[in-house]
Design a protein around this ligand. Structure first.
Ligand code: COS
Length: 380
């Protein structure tokens, strides 16, 4: 094991919570496209909304490794609940904790740690996804405030967030220069949730299109330096990608465990299908890919916790874990045959939930670009 024994206790705790409080609700969360408020409250009571917020700001004061374990275990039970926690912690809490002024941290983090305020991250736009430098949401300097106008797309937690970390242009340019990050209270006039997406998977997670119509954001809510917002966004996504890698492992683990159990019970040709090499090889490959993905996520988390550069390792972890997850959930359906395709069994949900891991917080193609550019940079 790469990680030391002290994390076993954290995993046990997360695993017990996931099995007893989250898993029994997962099918209903998927069917009703909603995570019950009572579950969100329980996760908050257990400190999950502020897992790496330091204790001085009311958080649990744990590290990123523990965060990854939490996301994996919760996602094993319910991927929607996993991404609710992941977007809040890694995409909203983390940039405020890292780039915020003392006043901003004192103002926002304690309420985010208790779950009183939920966070989201607004980068993507209808015409700026993989190439976020071309975003057009504009923040015009109006003296004592900025006025934000434009539209953001695919905002996880967007339908319910109280605090949004928003990337906007403060000077007109066609690339990443001129992007500034803001902390926006979503109760400001003109912040409108325009549409909630209907999706293939992670149905319990709200994914919103948000329109900013003359939203007046006070100057003290600029996050980090003016026109340095692209670095805030990309460094936030580096950490977010570790969380998505962990989420993919959780979904994959759920599919693997179900297929393994099913194989010992389903009898064909006079024996449980676990006696067939065709099934044994699937189980062996699933188990191996999960172990490899977990090591990559642990490596990236350990590097982040150690304060050394980890962009490449985060991209590798997300790329490998999400592609492994897609493969494993596909094979799990195959192992269950017709039953795998039926809503009476959970593997079709795992398969639907898996796909987004190859897309959000940077597609697999973007992860390959990040990895390749780091590799070439390393020999310059
Ligand atoms: N952390 C901090 N800064 C970074 C960074 C990182 N991980 N990666 C790049 N930068 C900086 C660069 O140093 C450069 O800074 P300067 O202008 O000071 O030189 C700047 O950002 C632009 O870098 P680059 O030219 O490499 O950026 P590109 O516009 O070519 O974009 C990719 C690079 C494609 C990797 C980036 O746009 C990306 O990650 N896209 C996917 C976005 C995404 O995940 N979207 C989904 C969001 S859903 S929540």
């Amino acid at each position: 094991m790469l990680i030391d024994e002290s994390y076993t206790e954290i995993r046990d705790m997360m695993s017990k919570f996931a099995d007893s409080e989250v898993a029994p609700l997962a099918e209903e969360i998927d069917r009703k496209s909603k995570i019950p408020d009572s579950l969100k409250a329980k996760m908050a009571e257990n400190g999950f909304m502020g897992i790496f917020i330091p204790e001085e700001y009311g958080g649990a004061g744990m590290d990123y490794m523990s965060y990854g374990i939490m996301i994996e275990e919760i996602s094993r039970a319910c991927a929607s609940s996993g991404v609710f926690l992941s977007a809040h912690n890694s995409l909203a809490v983390w940039p405020i904790l890292t780039y915020g002024t003392e006043e901003q941290k004192k103002k926002y983090l304690p309420q985010m740690a208790t779950g009183e305020k939920v966070g989201c991250f607004c980068l993507s736009e209808p015409n700026a996804g993989s190439d976020p430098g071309t975003l057009t949401l504009f923040a015009e300097d109006k003296g004592d405030h900025f006025e934000l106008n434009g539209t953001k797309n695919w905002i996880t937690n967007g339908g319910e967030a109280d605090v949004a970390v928003v990337m906007a242009k403060t000077t007109k340019s066609n690339d990443h220069r001129g992007i500034t990050a803001f902390i926006v209270d979503t109760n400001l006039e003109g912040f409108k949730v325009q549409k909630l997406e209907e999706k293939l998977g992670i149905k319990g997670s709200s994914t919103a299109q948000i329109h900013f119509d003359k939203v007046k954001v006070p100057k003290e809510n600029v996050l980090g330096e003016l026109e340095k917002g692209f670095k805030v966004a990309l460094s936030t996504l580096d950490g977010g990608r570790i969380g998505i890698g962990a989420q993919a492992i959780g979904i994959a683990e759920a599919a693997f465990r179900y297929a393994r159990m099913y194989a010992t019970q389903r009898v064909q040709f006079g024996n449980p299908i676990s006696h067939l090499q065709a099934i044994q090889f699937k189980i062996a490959d699933m188990s191996t890919k999960i172990s490899a993905a977990r090591l990559l996520v642990e490596k990236a988390s350990a590097m982040k916790d150690a304060g050394v550069p980890y962009s490449k390792e985060a991209a590798q972890a997300k790329l490998f874990a999400s592609e492994a997850c897609m493969w494993i959930t596909t094979q799990a359906i195959q192992a269950l045959g017709g039953n795998g395709y039926s809503k009476e069994y959970p593997v079709e949900r795992y398969f639907r939930d898996a796909k987004i891991c190859e897309i959000y917080e940077g597609t697999s193609e973007i992860q390959r670009i990040v990895i390749a550019s780091n590799e070439f940079k390393s020999i310059q």
